[in-house]
Design a protein around this ligand. Structure first.
Ligand SMILES: N[C@@H](CCC(=O)N[C@@H](CS)C(=O)NCC(=O)O)C(=O)O
Length: 312
């Protein structure tokens, strides 16, 4: 991504979109003497409901019972010419509740005066030191998995997870291998396809994207449980879900990811997706995936409905 004045100029000169690295990479840690120890009411998660990366962090906040420990600030899903911000127009917040800011950039500037990089959600803020701890969703969800376990109810701790945690030691390696190609070709692949400004860049990425979806379909075909790695939700499910939830209703049209649709062409992925979305069991905290999914942004009208009923 080029760092220029046009906030929506995502692709480089050769037509390829290259994601910039997130800038703030500190960690909340239970280690004695940690700069950012887990504490109730200290950290604030900034998101909007449109962003799939933010979506993961909101899902994990719910799954882990962190709602009473980490405050959530929801800004508009619309991007203004000067970036993310607040209008309160969609049941979202009218301004930043901590500082009264109307643009998210102001929070980045508070953390890092003169900041010129991209202003991203999700953003994990520390009230105490008034800085951004981290703005990389894959790292934020891992902190949420483990670092607050001393503060959450026992049933939400990793030790109580039937498979030994959202990232169980026994399947960590397999999950990480899976996450890596899902990230490259699906989570980020839809952006590389949608933001491509040359035919060559588009063709290359759209083909990789659908080859990766074929691979997920084949993986689910062989899976021993309802989920990607067994009978319980793991990090792999959490990282894939936001991309699939947006696929037919947004990426298919807006990002030109239109060789196939999840609902028509990928029966295993569709079943897995609807299972997670409609789940009301304790292991999803009675619907964490559904409660974090909104279909009411400005997206194409079709397909209708946004998600098929549970049992078709
Ligand atoms: N790697 C980051 C990516 C976050 C990201 O790209 N967020 C998008 C919203 S979906 C964003 O804030 N974009 C604003 C921009 O690029 O200016 C993560 O996973 O947290």
């Amino acid at each position: 991504m080029s760092n220029n004045n046009d906030i929506k100029a995502f692709a480089d000169a050769d037509g390829h979109f290259r994601r910039q690295k997130s800038t703030f990479r500190d960690h909340i840690s239970r280690e004695p003497g940690a700069e950012f120890p887990p504490e109730k009411d200290r950290y604030v998660l900034y998101i909007n409901w449109g962003c799939p990366w933010a979506n993961r962090t909101a899902i994990v906040r719910m799954l882990k019972g962190l709602e009473f420990i980490i405050e959530l600030v929801v800004m508009d899903y619309e991007m203004f010419p000067d970036g993310w911000g607040y209008t309160g127009a969609h049941g979202t917040m009218p301004k930043d509740p901590l500082y009264g800011f109307t643009r998210h950039r102001q929070l980045y500037e508070k953390a890092s005066p003169g900041y010129t990089g991209r202003v991203l959600v999700p953003t994990l803020w520390d009230r105490k030191t008034e800085t951004i701890v981290n703005n990389e969703s894959s790292e934020i969800i891992r902190m949420f998995f483990t670092e607050f376990d001393g503060l959450v109810e026992e049933k939400y701790r990793e030790a109580a997870h039937p498979q030994g945690g959202y990232l169980p030691e026994s399947s960590k390696e397999k999950i990480e291998v899976f996450n890596a190609w899902v990230y490259d070709d699906i989570n980020n692949g839809v952006y590389k396809t949608g933001f491509a400004t040359s035919q060559e860049a588009y063709d290359e990425n759209v083909e990789k994207l659908f080859a990766a979806l074929d691979r997920v379909e084949a993986h689910l075909e062989k899976s021993e449980g309802k989920f990607l790695f067994g009978n319980h939700v793991t990090e792999a499910d959490i990282r894939l879900f936001p991309s699939i939830a947006r696929f037919d209703v947004a990426y298919y049209t807006l990002f030109k990811c239109n060789l196939k649709m999840i609902r028509h062409d990928y029966p295993k992925i569709e079943r897995w997706y609807r299972n997670l979305y409609y789940d009301d069991n304790e292991y999803t905290r009675g619907g964490a995936f559904r409660r974090a999914t909104y279909f009411d942004h400005v997206v194409p009208k079709g397909p209708v409905p946004d998600i098929l009923p549970q049992d078709t």
